[in-house]
Design a protein. Structure first.
Length: 308
């Protein structure tokens, strides 16, 4: 799809018809928020250690700051780092997460959350829902995470999408990479009307188009373990890095938030999965910038006319 030319510096855009951020519908600020908790993991601990590891990969001299579309953080848009939330793995953590997302949305920044285990997506989406209403969700994962509860824990990292759907936080849930559906979770798929894109014969164009507001949740175990060894649950037969990048590149809808979860640095090999997570941060952020904010229909139309 068309998009504005990259801004020459943050806050100083070239004369390309995209006169101001407000007029053009350009998103300028993505806010990174670390959620270091793995208290709801069912098998191994480790994802609580992930956010600083992802940041180190993101800012490493090993790579640069460009997404594949050419947008660079710090040049074309602001990647604001809010650091890690002071989570204590006790009551009150969910409120700390929702407050941080609320603060980002209120400031006009798009939250991009670094897990942590996948249980964090539930409080994140509670706050996203408060700002944007029911969203569409693209969920990339080996697992549907739809158990009513696992090991007696309804907040398990295997259950966030059951909580999200029960609470009406999403009007649509599209799952990609799923290859572990058992009878209980098939029943939950039917109950919540989840759209599961089959992993067998997968191609990126099998993923349907989305409408705003869209939220993207990426569990790194959706990738094949050969691409992402640093996860707690190795599930062979998964997505390639290129397939996921192609799925992200096809998203045209404005994105109101995202998370990258389940990196387990204790299982990683030479930082491969950390670097993958950092690349996903760059690609998601650039896609958020290019697709613009959710806007009233007349504003969005004007923005599209300015940026053919
Ligand atoms: Mn998973
Ligand atoms: Mn998951």
């Amino acid at each position: 799809m068309g998009a504005c030319a990259p801004l020459d510096t943050v806050g100083n855009e070239p004369d390309n018809g995209c006169s101001t951020a407000e007029d053009s519908g350009v998103v300028r600020t993505i806010r990174l928020i670390g959620a270091p908790t793995d208290i709801n993991s069912s098998f191994l601990r480790g994802p609580a250690k992930a956010p600083p590891v992802i940041r180190a990969a993101l800012y490493s001299d090993m790579g640069n700051r460009a997404a594949e579309c050419g947008l660079e953080f710090g040049r074309d848009y602001l990647l604001e780092d809010a650091g890690d939330l002071p989570l204590s793995e006790a009551a009150g953590d969910d409120e700390r997460i929702t407050a941080a997302i609320h603060a980002a949305c209120s400031a006009g920044a798009v939250p991009l959350v670094l897990g942590g285990d996948h249980a964090i997506s539930y409080p994140v989406l509670q706050a996203i829902h408060a700002h944007h209403g029911a969203v569409e969700i693209l969920h990339i994962d080996a697992h549907p995470d739809l158990y009513h509860a696992l090991d007696g824990n309804p907040r398990s990292h295997a259950s966030p999408f059951a909580r999200i759907m029960e609470a009406g936080l999403a009007r649509r849930l599209v799952q990609v990479g799923i290859r572990t559906l058992n009878a209980e979770q098939r029943a939950q798929v039917a109950r919540f009307g989840v759209e599961v894109v089959p992993m067998r014969d997968f191609t990126p164009d099998a993923v349907p188009p989305f409408a705003a507001p869209l939220y993207v949740s990426i569990d790194l175990d959706g990738f094949d373990p050969a691409c992402a060894p640093g996860v707690s649950h190795h599930e062979p037969g998964g997505l390639t890095t290129r397939q996921v990048l192609d799925v992200l590149a096809r998203i045209a809808a404005p994105i109101v938030g995202a998370d990258v979860v389940e990196l387990n640095p204790l299982r990683d090999l030479n930082g491969m999965t950390a670097m993958l997570a950092a690349k996903l941060v760059k690609e998601l952020a650039a896609r958020m910038v290019r697709n613009g904010p959710v806007a009233a229909p007349d504003t969005r139309k004007r923005a599209m006319a300015n940026c053919p």
